[in-house]
Write a protein that binds this ligand. Structure first.
Ligand SMILES: *Cc1c(COP(=O)(O)O)cnc(C)c1O
Length: 360
């Protein structure tokens, strides 16, 4: 067996230890005589798996008691509609910050339910930088402000939390959740599809302040009603049981390895050395404003794009896979979430230097 360093943006790597544990528990979880994926979600055993995952996530992120933690389905994309359905609460407008591809999708979906006020856009810089928070055209009367802390496709990340005063702040943390400590109390709602930095696809985490739920717009499906899901402990229907179980193992792995403070240090180091290698070379380039370069997704181009196919092929021969950039950006993208070991980043940097020496 030989595992590869998989730089996929999502679904992405899962820690090997977690996969090994899942494998050892596949046929018989804790003497239950069955796999977690065969258990009734209402049974005592599965309920303990679910509750422990929530408790561990609360501990890791220091989630205050007045927040609900929901384990839902439908991906982050479903939340693009669930958020206005739940958080408009009688208001007619919501503020959105447009920093790239995922912001745009959130805006398009929210526009079906309310007047979206785009308070700032990175369009002028071709979304390679984030408009200064001081310049945002915030509306005091907005139901909430939505932003995307990490734009997964272009690799643009906020390195601090914007201050929106009393207007509830909503964040799509799909590709940055658990990558570093954050102050959850600054947010009204945080959501994330699991397949980047949490675990398998099929699970979507929503962390929401409990005073904001329970007043949905007319016609909101029960499945998308946070109050209904919270009351049912995210089991209004059958949840994504196996993905939830694996996410729980990932949370244990994070705790065992020092929590997200330690992880944040490692992530910063991984990103810093990769950007340093790119910047030191005349051959590789990352076009993102240095102040908002992502720790999680690092796009880069080669001096000569005719070499892209050779780069990808030779990288794969070295066990470095899924480096092809998003079709809208081209070039390469290295996604280096929590589960990408530092050795994987070191191996990529060494390969890049070798490739440059040969063709640069
Ligand atoms: C991947 C991603 C999404 C979409 O997630 P799905 O779970 O596939 O719906 C949304 N927002 C961001 C920032 C992402 O990285």
């Amino acid at each position: 067996m030989s595992r590869k360093y998989n730089f996929s943006a999502g679904p992405a790597m899962i820690p090997q230890e977690v996969l090994e544990q899942a494998s050892s528990e596949m046929l018989d979880w804790h003497d239950s005589g069955m796999s977690p994926m065969e258990m009734s979600h209402r049974g005592k055993e599965y309920m303990s798996i679910a509750a422990e995952a929530e408790a561990d996530l609360r501990e890791l992120m220091v989630i205050p008691d007045n927040y609900k933690v929901l384990f839902l389905q439908g991906g982050a994309s479903s939340q693009f509609s669930a958020i206005p359905m739940n958080l408009l609460r009688g208001k007619k407008t919501a503020d959105y910050v447009n920093t790239g591809a995922w912001s745009k999708k959130a805006i398009a979906e929210a526009s079906k339910y309310c007047d979206v006020n785009v308070v700032a856009t990175g369009e002028n810089s071709n979304f390679m930088s984030i408009p200064d928070v001081e310049s945002w055209n915030l509306n005091e009367d907005a139901a909430y402000v939505h932003y995307t802390p990490n734009e997964t496709i272009a690799g643009v990340e906020f390195h601090s939390i914007p201050d929106t005063g009393d207007v509830p702040l909503v964040a799509d943390m799909s590709s940055t959740i658990l990558s570093r400590p954050i102050d959850v109390s600054k947010f009204a709602l945080i959501y994330a599809g699991a397949q980047k930095n949490i675990g398998p696809a099929g699970l979507t985490i929503v962390i929401v302040r409990d005073d904001l739920i329970g007043e949905t717009i007319e016609g909101t499906p029960a499945m998308m009603d946070y109050a209904i899901q919270a009351k049912a402990d995210s089991m209004y229907n059958t949840p994504a049981t196996y993905s939830w179980y694996i996410a729980g193992l990932v949370f244990k792995w994070l705790k065992k390895n020092g929590g997200i403070g330690v992880m944040g240090g490692i992530n910063k180091r991984k990103a810093d050395k990769l950007y340093a290698a790119i910047d030191a070379s005349d051959f590789y380039k990352n076009p993102v404003d240095v102040n908002c370069r992502s720790w999680m997704n690092v796009p880069f181009t080669l001096g000569n794009s005719d070499l892209d196919a050779d780069f990808l092929e030779q990288a794969a021969e070295n066990g470095l896979v899924t480096l092809k950039g998003h079709r809208s950006v081209g070039g390469m993208r290295a996604s280096i979430y929590n589960a990408m070991p530092e050795e994987g980043v070191d191996a990529l940097i060494a390969f890049m230097a070798e490739f440059e020496a040969k063709y640069g």
